[in-house]
Design a protein around this ligand. Structure first.
Ligand code: MTE
Ligand code: MO
Length: 257
């Protein structure tokens, strides 16, 4: 048996133990992340379907008290988008920035930052895990994605939510960062579009003016510098076709932790 199989078996055993604890009514075990291998490689992680069967999709990511906040929340990946349009918007405090929500929706909409801030918000203190081997606990405030979905009303056939970002990943200004999640994660209560970090306006280095928080998944799913949200029935025709910038470079699309 190769190493990968051993990893999978151990993972399955632990996941089942966690699910068992849930049935007994105690979430402690599931939320105690020490039992869980922190960074799953693509080979070790189970398929989305197996994960779905084991862990109720409505399970919540662990939330922390304010005393657990990291002293600083570092930046990773892009810290300042190399994009003239974005820089112009930033110079004017994003007053002219609009989030477009389109694709397979019954009503395409655009939201200003002021509009998003006036909607009911959610605040959550969660731990961010980057596959590069660092974690940080931060306090995020934002609008639940579910509220935006209810506003635009997904059309029949909408299966994925794609997040288009302002930052190009190539030196020549092409290949913007992007990410995607499915509808289950889209309506999850902890899936928010955050405009504040640690009670401050979201800093540019952490994704101003708006970034995704999809708390049960790894760091690279947490798309920063959101410009456009697109509902689609397939990820095949978007950029590299794998549902995200890092996914197009070999990372797992389902980055559940
Ligand atoms: N648009 C965009 N989103 C992004 C990235 C990026 O480079 N560009 N990096 C990702 C990765 S790998 C991580 S770990 C987190 C880092 O978020 P932070 O800068 O707030 O720490 O953002 C994710 N979202
Ligand atoms: Mo990351």
């Amino acid at each position: 048996m190769n190493h990968q199989h051993i990893g999978k078996r151990r993972f399955l055993r632990r996941a089942l133990a966690g699910a068992g604890a849930l049935f007994l009514g105690g979430c402690d075990r599931l939320n105690d992340t020490t039992w869980f291998p922190k960074l799953l490689t693509a080979g070790e992680s189970l398929s989305l379907n197996v994960h779905k069967a084991l862990l109720p999709r409505l399970s919540m990511a662990q939330e922390f008290p304010a005393s657990a906040l990291s002293p600083t929340f570092r930046s990773n990946g892009t810290s300042e988008p190399d994009n003239e349009d974005y820089q112009t918007l930033a110079e004017n405090d994003f007053k002219d920035w609009r989030l477009s929500v389109d694709g397979l929706v019954q009503e395409k909409m655009q939201f200003s930052l002021a509009q998003l801030r006036s909607m009911p918000s959610r605040t959550q203190i969660t731990r961010h895990d980057c596959v590069e081997g660092w974690s940080a606990i931060g306090k995020w405030k934002g609008v639940p994605l579910k509220a935006l979905l209810e506003a635009v009303r997904p059309a029949a056939g909408a299966k994925y939510i794609v997040f288009h970002c302002a930052d190009p990943m190539n030196d020549d200004g092409t290949s913007p960062y992007y990410e995607s999640i499915d509808m289950d994660d889209g309506v999850h209560p902890q899936t928010i579009l955050a405009y504040e970090l640690n009670d401050q306006i979201l800093p540019m280095e952490n994704g101003a003016p708006l970034r995704l928080r999809v708390e049960r998944q790894l760091g690279y799913k947490q798309a920063k510098y959101l410009m456009r949200i697109e509902l689609v029935d397939s990820l095949e025709h978007i950029h590299g076709g794998k549902g995200g910038y890092w996914e197009d470079h070999g990372y797992a699309w389902y980055a559940g932790i």
